[in-house]
Design a protein around this ligand. Sequence first.
Ligand code: KG4
Ligand code: ZN
Length: 333
Amino acid sequence: MSVILAIESSCDETSVAICDNGKITANVIANQTIHQNYGGVIPELASRVHQQNIVPVIQQALIDAKVNKKDLTAVAFTRGPGLLGSLLVGVSFAKSFALGLDLPLIAVNHMHAHILAHFIEEPKPAFPFLCLTVSGGHTQIVLVKDYFDMEVVGTTLDDAAGEAFDKTAKILDLPYPGGPLIDRHAKLGNPLAFKFPEPQIKELNYSFSGLKTAILYFIRAQEKLNPDFIKENLDDICASVQHSIVGILLNKLKKAAQQYQIKEIAIAGGVSANTGLRTALTQYAEKLNWNVYIPAFEYCTDNAAMIAIAGHYKYINKEFVGQDVAPASRMEF
Ligand code: KG4
Ligand code: ZN
């Protein structure tokens, strides 16, 4: 029996979830809107807002799950990777909370957790499976052999897919985070209106910085001819950019599936909320006979439910850490 309280604070969401024997009974997420004014997450502001949010978010999670602090059996938290100051708030709170209640502590790798979000609800993928993990900071193809036995077989050499969305949005004067806005405009546009070059990168790796530069130069050139180019073509630009990014992501995933002879295919991370990616993956699945696993929207972007489910499996393995644990802005798999 386990009732795990989990804290996620790696970037700009303060989130707390409760997992009762493998079932998520609360998942509270406090978003930080302050960064919209700056076109990106300001680390110092993020940690200050985490400090303001953490206590009310914990209280709300306990209320939602109808759980008393005394019923908890462990405290899980995101140890990294992420913004150090933001992580520090969650890690310090988890440590003192566990100390006060005499509970064991479970440290979770945020990237593992994005993948383990697939074990929150049915259908769950069978091992081994391939997971395309696409977030604001990472773009990885991961060979998942077991809950905590994972190998990165492809990764980005520069920008992450989420960054490609966010930086394009910035070029188009859309506020941060731009990914969801590009997605919204893309639904109304023609994905074949403009064509951007696909990077030729070896093996299963990715690169997105060239695409970003190509988009920037294209927009600048068009604006010289027509200063209202963005305004008049926003939907088509967004649809075309999204089509390019999704194509790049799925081409390499297809290559990985062939190379490893695996048909169990999952996506995870914030960009897996993208409708273009979700639709294209479903089409690939039909053509290539894949079983695809796409998380519910609320488990794609940062949330503590995924930390709680990872904590659940670590609790079963009795993988606890001591009070000397420190946050890690970078963390290997
Ligand atoms: O996993 P996540 O919430 O945070 C990190 O761990 O980075 O991912 C955030 C990223 C941002 O770059 C955001 O623009 C992108 O996910 N994102 C999307 C969509 N929703 C979130 N990108 C494209 N389409 C979306 N619908
Ligand atoms: Zn994330």
